[in-house]
Design a protein around this ligand. Structure first.
Ligand SMILES: [Zn+2]
Length: 430
């Protein structure tokens, strides 16, 4: 049974279907690739030109002083705010406009925004220009349908989510844009599926481990000490003790896919010996005993785990190799870390989006947690706002793939859920 409010919003969104498609295509056609982080200003100016005439106050904010910002590749962020007629809470939709490299295997133009069989194709269609467009349509439909609402609606599009978000969501958070005095509900329209609410993400710790040896002529390895063999001992120890330990650590977090519902570790890279030979170089490598071998580990941890303990497990493993292997010496360096985050299921934004999903889609929402991180951490850990979720159209598995696409019907359904969420959180007079 739909309510009059829901019916009014459904009609307002149905009337904007072509607009939603065109908006998504236009955004895809701006190749805002990261790296290097180009065309960010083009996206922000496009959004400003669209939203300012519709009554939104727009701001373009450059992340000056951030390491990634330069005159060649300035890190621009966009934020639009629409004020209701009376004071109330603010609901903020936070998207990112950077897209990852195209890669191989496309059968459509990655920046063409081609529409085929109800889908819009292109790099960033799913992650996450489709979600950004959906939130804009939802916000515009809501403020047009119920101009006399209490509170405020914000839409942002930020830089560099794909590379950590320091010049994007983190920068805005540091400037107070996610301060709970200013914003009370944040929805991040990442492609998690239109009936799923993403409560947060696992933690991350990246570190570099280096084993040390001694250089010598490859014909007389006994005069040196091979760092690759030492690393081999580390990898053996990992297989024997660390991987089984991680597999035994299960979480209460509803992480999808299911395989990520435990601690995991990946070895992202391994380097030793001479640098890899250039394909145009046809000579042979030289014979040397490598004196250094490095791996980068990517450890994803759970809300039940403590980062200090996560690090101790790895150093304990290295120390146990050192205790029984003559000449073994290592160094370990931290590269990056993110604490896990998970919003409570009874937080206001979670309950409201859940009831909007039930009413619009006639189904119970699924609650999930992401295996990897996204900008949620900056909203909660810098901004200090716990009332944050990811909710948006699109199939996460398509993100970063060739022939990435987003379904138009899914965007329409999600726009309705988002608009109804606004209506529930920002009261209108009867
Ligand atoms: Zn994304």
């Amino acid at each position: 049974m739909s309510t009059p409010v829901q019916n009014a919003l459904r009609d307002a969104i149905a009337a904007r279907r072509d607009d939603l498609v065109k908006l998504t295509q236009d955004l895809i056609r701006i190749p805002s690739l990261n790296p290097p982080g180009e065309k960010y200003l083009d996206v922000c100016e496009y959004l400003a030109a669209r939203m300012e005439p519709k009554g939104f106050k727009v701001e373009l904010i450059r992340a000056r002083g951030e390491a990634a910002d330069s005159d060649k590749y300035p890190r621009w962020n966009f934020i639009a705010r629409h004020e209701g007629t009376r004071p109330g809470e603010c609901v903020h939709f936070n998207s990112h406009h950077d897209v990852v490299e195209v890669g191989h295997g496309w059968t459509t133009d990655p920046f063409g925004g081609e529409v085929k069989d109800g889908r819009i194709y292109g790099r960033g269609s799913c992650d996450m220009k489709g979600g950004l467009a959906t939130s804009i349509i939802a916000a515009e439909a809501f403020v047009d349908t119920f101009p006399d609402y209490a509170g405020a609606v914000e839409v942002s599009s930020v830089a560099d989510e794909e590379s950590g978000g320091h010049a994007g969501a983190a920068f805005l958070a540091n400037k107070g844009y996610f301060n709970p005095d200013r914003v009370q509900h944040v929805i991040i329209p990442e492609p998690l599926n239109k009936d799923r609410i993403c409560l947060g993400h696992r933690g991350v710790w990246w570190a570099e481990i280096e084993t040390k040896g001694r250089i010598a002529h490859g014909s007389m390895p006994f005069l040196g000490d091979c760092a690759v063999r030492h690393m081999g001992a580390v990898l053996d120890e990992m297989e024997a003790t660390l991987f089984p330990l991680l597999a035994s650590k299960r979480t209460e977090m509803p992480v999808v896919p299911e395989g990520a519902r435990q601690s995991t570790l990946n070895i992202n890279s391994m380097h030793s010996g001479e640098p890899a030979v250039d394909p145009d170089h046809h000579g042979l490598p030289t014979p040397l005993v490598p004196d250094r071998c490095k791996i980068t580990i990517d450890r994803r941890f759970l809300i039940e785990e403590d980062l200090a303990e996560v690090k101790r497990e790895v150093t304990a493993m290295l120390d146990s190799v050192a205790a029984r292997r003559p000449g073994f010496d290592y160094e370990i360096r931290d590269l990056f870390q993110v604490i896990p985050t998970m919003t409570e299921r009874n937080a206001p934004v979670v309950r409201t989006v859940a009831s909007a999903i039930e009413e619009v889609l006639q189904t119970q929402p699924q609650y999930v947690v992401s295996p990897g991180t996204y900008d949620h951490k900056h909203v909660t850990q810098i901004g200090g706002l716990d009332n944050c979720i990811a909710y948006g159209p699109g199939i996460l598995d398509l993100a970063h793939q060739p022939d990435e696409w987003i379904g138009i019907d899914d965007m329409m359904d999600s726009a309705e859920v988002m608009a109804l969420t606004l209506a529930k959180l920002l009261p209108q007079p009867n």
